[in-house]
Ligand binder design. Sequence first.
Ligand code: UN1
Length: 491
Amino acid sequence: MTTTVAQQYKNYIGGEWVEPSGNEVRPDENPADTREILGLFPRSTAEDVNRAVEAAAEAFKTWRRTSGPQRSAILHKAANILEQRAQEIGEALTREEGKTIGEGVGEVLRGVAILRFFAGEPVRPIGEVFSATNPETFLWAERVPLGVVGVITPWNFPVAIPLWKLAPCIAYGNTAVFKPAELTPLTAHLITEVFIEAGLPAGVLNLVHGSGSVVGEAIARHPKVNAITFTGSGTVGRHVYQVASERGAKVQLELGGKNPVIIADDADLDLAVEIVTSGAFRSTGQKCTATSRVIVLEPVLKDFTAKLVERAQSLRVGPGIRPDTYMGPLVSEDQREKVLQYIEIGKQEGAKLLTGGTALSEGEYAYGYYVAPTVFADVEPQMRIAQEEIFGPVVGILRARTLDEAIAIANSVRYGLSASIVTRDIRKAFYFAREIEAGVVHVNSETAGAEPHVPFGGMKESSSFSREQGRAAMEFFTQVKTVYLDMPPAQ
Ligand code: UN1
């Protein structure tokens, strides 16, 4: 890899690529090979946020009045452009975030599906008609936009998550100030290009690069930002919630998870191993929906554990750009440090390290943030590695004597995002679906993954009750106006 002069990128405000107010920049590095710098991105200031919010507020005046079919046409066009650029943008995603090329291109195609779903929304019903007490009254309730929405997104799905926020935001007539994660600005830039090419009017989407503590904070505090949708860590999310809700803004949070898979004593163990491997190690475990606890019924504990360890050891770890790689690097040095610290904590707590547990830094791993797929056994429900989100390729095995005990363990965490059971017994599946505290429940499939046309979100500390994606997205991105229209007396 030779070092070339990195391109300097800009913000996109009011329909133009603009220089940030300051001159601080941040290099965007490839976590699989840190010698590669993908670009230099602005570390913007509150002044840049202010410009973007003003542009979004100005654009809202006309965008809210554009017709549904018009908005629909732009989103359909964006979907087609993104589809044409899937390979290119998928590769950029892999080089920037580290996930495998299959996952990178797959995520872009998922973005296409998200855009297509939300392209349909402006031409579907947006309200209800009621019968009023007075027969001369025409009474309806309609969904209207909120205004300027702050869209703050994480690095782990740098195409899908921005799109599943921006597409409904725009579809329902709002305008956006988009602050992507500092670790993945290039994909945010490319998504913005797609919307521009699709003919989105100036000011409807504004992109401001920079840190959470400066740019995110300024968005949360800005009086003209009517709503904020945030996906990221619990600590930051709660702070955003406090700051923004205190001034009366609407806030939506999608936070962490500590997602369990229960392996019932009748489970197909090969299927169970595939479900856990994919859930725990795809995207290097960096999904809020990743599997991090496997709760295994005693009769199958020994067999399942042996098979999982064998499978984890067989995974090809390497740069995501190589087609045969199963698992890429962690996204950054900080994330790798955090994961390695949790591995130490697990060992100190008395969990048994069965495989992995170390950074990989020799040979082809020398310039990347790699950690071997890691499996712990003898994990107890109250251990920190069983309670706290690790966000890396680490999975812990817990034992249970009964299904009730397994479900009680599964529910014994602060989070409630996704959960799965592997069983052939429909009674167990049904009982699990009823008792588990999770916003997304799977039976015989992995904890990660989300279809674009159905509600997505968690219970307990995983979300703020509102759901993303599907028609459920409308609840956050709109408000209700009820209109009583009385016939005036005839002249
Ligand atoms: C998925 O499992 O494919 O940040 C989606 C996250 C979640 C999205 C997960 N909000 O990982």
